[in-house]
Design a protein around this ligand. Structure first.
Ligand code: DP6
Length: 401
């Protein structure tokens, strides 16, 4: 009698978002399992502007695991990629629980993975969070897993666990040494705060700074401020931030986001030897935001910075056009034909003379390369259309148009 054949080739494609923390993750208590010293909270950004797409395929004809990033072959043996692969396969095995399921994809097949971003990696927009969230989502689809997998994405990059949900997301630090309670939880969906907008100010001439993984380890080892932050400051702030989000209180949300970004960068300065992620341009943007808010008498814009000089600005929709004009006047774009404002449309705004006098200072031409206008968005998505797979029927990357 013929045995039921296992599928010869299976393929799944997913997309996943970038997230920006408003209560920052900085420091691990377990570097192997990626367990943080404090909980964190982020906003998931919309995939129309920033996303990773990943196709995962398994076939009995593949002779080795392979990985392509943005069209170039990369090291599939990377320990964090391997950790994600191992965990997904372990869950798939557990789910099958030894029962014979001939229709199921063989776990012994080698896999091919192709991943690409719809934004330039060089822009320094954190891509590892979207990348690992997408890898885990695509693998989960491939093996038919339906459980929540932020715990697996966390093994790729800590912040990746927060990209497994849309909207407003908490990464709960957890207490257990095995990390089974260190996972992401959605605080509110992306529809919760429809007026919220995000402007990414991509700063020019970025050089590669100290990576997050190495930087936070030095901070854990040397910064007493980081210890105080994790033990005392973050627990209080996390509760406050969740309330501001629930209340859609931009004043509270924005103030706390700025303070938390500043404290994160203070812990970097408190690290020994110190780490500098902010540049003169970053500090210029910080001062500009404070003058702008002071002129209006309340918080109209709020900045936050990760491990690099690019500013992420939160604002309500009705403030975007005016603030973009303030940025354009402060950092006049080089007239090289590049779009200065990208993403969601931005209306035009004229600045009143009082505002100009109070907010603008001597312009710094070209310091901001471009502005990306986006908003909160949903979590990972399945791509149904097979023509969108990044791998062809032969399991190799399709030539990109
Ligand atoms: C400053 O998640 O990139 O963006 O866990 O070592 O991969 P690893 O670090 P990563 O760190 C992100 C740090 C941050 C703050 C944040 O996103 O919360």
């Amino acid at each position: 009698a013929a045995m039921a054949a296992e599928r010869a080739l299976a393929m799944a494609t997913c997309t996943a978002p970038v997230n920006i923390a408003v209560i920052k993750y900085w420091g691990k208590r377990d570097t192997d399992l990626i367990l943080p010293i404090n909980s964190s909270l982020s906003v998931t950004l919309h995939q129309d502007q920033l996303k990773t797409t990943t196709t995962a395929a398994a076939s009995r004809d593949f002779t080795e695991d392979r990985l392509w990033l943005n069209g170039k072959e990369a090291d599939v043996g990377h320990p964090r990629v391997q950790a994600c692969l191992r965990e997904v396969r372990r869950l798939a095995r557990k789910r099958r629980g030894g029962s014979e399921d001939a229709a199921a994809l063989s776990l012994s097949y080698k896999i091919h993975i192709a991943s690409e971003n719809n934004f330039p990696t060089a822009a320094g927009l954190a891509s590892s969070a979207a990348g690992y969230a997408c890898l885990v989502s695509a693998l989960a689809r491939l093996y038919g897993l339906e459980e929540e997998l932020s715990e697996v994405a966390r093994r790729g990059s800590g912040s990746a666990c927060r990209s497994m949900f849309g909207g407003f997301v908490q990464w709960q630090r957890g207490e257990r040494p095995d990390g089974t309670d260190s996972l992401a939880l959605q605080v509110a969906p992306e529809t919760h705060w429809p007026e919220l907008r995000v402007l990414v100010l991509v700063v020019s001439g970025e050089k590669k700074p100290v990576g997050s993984t190495a930087g936070m380890q030095t901070s854990v080892e040397t910064s007493p401020l980081l210890k105080h932050r994790a033990e005392v400051v973050v627990p209080e702030r996390l509760a406050q931030m969740m309330q501001h989000i629930r209340d859609r209180d931009f004043e509270g949300f924005g103030q706390l986001a700025m303070r938390d970004s500043n404290q994160f960068h203070a812990t970097c300065l408190d690290t020994f030897p110190p780490i500098f992620y902010l540049t003169d341009v970053s500090r210029h943007i910080i001062a500009l935001a404070h003058r702008y808010n002071a002129h209006h008498g309340h918080t109209k814009v709020a900045y936050t910075f990760d491990a690099g000089p690019n500013a992420v600005i939160f604002a309500l929709a009705d403030a975007v056009a005016e603030f973009v004009e303030v940025v354009r006047r402060s950092f006049p774009p080089a007239a090289n034909g590049d779009q200065f404002v990208r993403g969601l449309p931005v209306g035009s705004a004229a600045l009143l003379p009082e505002l100009e006098a109070a907010v603008l200072t001597a312009p710094v031409p070209g310091a901001v390369q471009y502005i990306l206008h986006t908003k909160p968005g949903p979590g990972p998505q399945l791509v149904d259309d097979p023509s969108q797979h990044l791998l062809g029927p032969d399991g190799l990357p399709r030539s990109r148009a």
